[in-house]
Design a binder for this molecule. Structure first.
Ligand SMILES: O=c1nc[nH]c2c1ncn2[C@H]1C[C@H](O)[C@@H](COP(=O)(O)OP(=O)(O)OP(=O)(O)O)O1
Ligand SMILES: [Mg+2]
Length: 216
């Protein structure tokens, strides 16, 4: 391959990885997963916002591996729960809970409430090892279903009902979900800027990488 740089997708979530790989399929440099490397310490996602956590994951990974890295921090915000679980979405029923336990907790907590509006939010951070980063974000509105339905996707998808398509996210194919989801929307902007992002990465990579890249 002519380019020796690659972009590492810095997530340990298999569902996200699959969606992101599809959304990045036309990105003009090699895409690597964390699995392509040896064991890497886990970053603590202790920021107060999706922005902070996305940047922490992307910049930490970039620094440790010496490659540009892309991270996604996302979560579910339920109106009747004052925006919870929000940035705590991944830990909402305890560190080792399953997806089922997490969404069961939400269904339990909003039982009887008339306002079932909710939204998914997603922040994407693309960072280089020296620290600078680009940020993209998006939101997708829906309602919390009365009961879980569907087996596609991951996380809270079985309880996130998307009125426009009259289905939960777990009843959509990955392609359908990507066409409307918070992650899909954020990546639409990334896609529009593929060329710009590539130039930015090249300009911001440490000197020896830049040197290796310019083979002409
Ligand atoms: O499209 C989605 N469909 C369903 N659930 C979703 C979605 N997007 C985020 N979510 C939930 C999953 C997790 O409970 C939390 C994200 O937490 P977040 O820290 O960003 O991801 P994670 O810990 O699963 O993987 P990682 O940090 O390695 O990327 O929100
Ligand atoms: Mg996480």
């Amino acid at each position: 391959m002519q380019n020796s740089i690659a972009l590492v997708v810095a997530t340990r979530n298999k569902g996200k990885t699959s969606e992101i790989r599809e959304l990045l399929k036309d990105f003009p440099i090699e895409i690597k997963n964390l699995d392509d490397f040896g064991p890497i310490p886990q970053v603590e996602e202790d920021g107060d916002t999706f922005d902070e956590n996305a940047y922490k994951k992307a910049s930490f990974t970039a620094r440790i591996l010496g490659y540009p890295a892309l991270a996604d921090d996302s979560g579910l915000l339920v109106d009747a729960l004052d925006g919870a679980p929000g940035v705590y979405s991944a830990r909402y029923a305890g560190e080792n809970a399953t997806d089922e336990e997490r969404y069961a907790k939400i269904l339990q907590e909003i039982k009887g409430k008339t306002n079932r509006k909710a939204a998914f939010e997603c922040v994407i951070s693309i960072a280089v090892p020296t620290g600078p980063a680009l940020t993209y974000e998006a939101r997708c509105e829906g309602v919390i279903a009365e009961q879980p339905s569907g087996s596609n996707g991951f996380g809270y998808d079985p309880i996130f009902y998307y009125p426009e398509l009259k289905k939960t996210f777990a009843e959509l194919t990955q392609e359908e979900k990507n066409s409307v989801s918070h992650r899909g929307k954020a990546f639409r902007e990334v896609q529009e800027e593929f060329d710009k992002i590539l130039i930015w990465i090249r300009q911001n990579m440490p000197v020896q990488e830049k040197f290796i890249c310019s083979e002409d």
